[in-house]
Design a protein around this ligand. Sequence first.
Ligand SMILES: CNC(=O)Nc1cc(-c2cccc(-n3cnc4cc(C(C)(C)C)ccc4c3=O)c2C)cn(C)c1=O
Length: 285
Amino acid sequence: TSPCDRPVPPTAGLSHDKWEIDPTELHLLEELGSGQFGVVRRGKWRGSIDVAVKMMKEGTMSEDDFIEEAKVMTKLQHTNLVQLYGVCSKDRPIYIVTEYMRHGSLLNYLRRHEASLSTNVGYLLDICIQVCRGMAYLERRNYIHRDLAARNCLVGSENVVKVADFGLARYVLDDQYTSSGGTKFPIKWAPPEVLNYTRFSSKSDVWAYGVLMWEVFTCGKMPYGRLKNAEVVDRVQRGLILEKPKACVKEVYEIMRKCWAHCPEVRPSFRVLKEQLINVNQGLV
Ligand SMILES: CNC(=O)Nc1cc(-c2cccc(-n3cnc4cc(C(C)(C)C)ccc4c3=O)c2C)cn(C)c1=O
């Protein structure tokens, strides 16, 4: 839409639109892969800052809603969240500019390092704690991820693990992804109330976090193996849960299981989960 169609907010031009990035300050480098919104490339911002740039493919995202939300997202700042630096929204395609994580997705990282990781329970637990810290921050900010999974976390230098793409699920236009009957809907990470009523909450993020813990302790196995989505929905509704991974100590599996309580209110908060996991980690030393 041309600017004259959009009502001009009274504050227009007063704020410095600091979430708006000048594309001439970006230097695009190699392709990192492609996600729900199209190609993502590594880049340099203002000559020296490593960034990742999502180049929004036409028709994949409800852009105006996202640009509005970007102002909020740039304010979410935590060591275990992939920082949104800003957007280039003056031209199309829109660019989403975030911090760059050199080791890529946590899922691939787990699969690539299975041999060394599977015997390092302390490190697997540390990965879970880092993700939990990021999620506890989002919970405090009343921000729901909606698609927490190992594939949506990234690994950076010094083995830091960060949660990525929080909240973006709301702007996906592909209804194969957005509707719970769609082929791309993350069924295996969804609790009963999401499967039945798409009722998202920080407690549905907690359910997904339990599945992420299972992914970490199996070094990236696919939850429920090759079961079809319909079979997984049936098992979850009947209260069947994922089995204890071999590499997982009993205390940790007990915490995982609490994330899969049928009622959202019974599941622990991320704040409580963080304390419990840190206690177990200290007990392991
Ligand atoms: C080697 N290092 C790297 O590759 N580093 C990095 C890779 C990516 C990357 C590359 C390609 C695709 C995607 N990707 C994957 N899944 C997504 C899922 C969604 C939702 C809405 C379905 C949750 C939205 C966007 C994406 C998305 O852009 C990412 C995150 C992003 N960042 C910040 C890196 O540091």
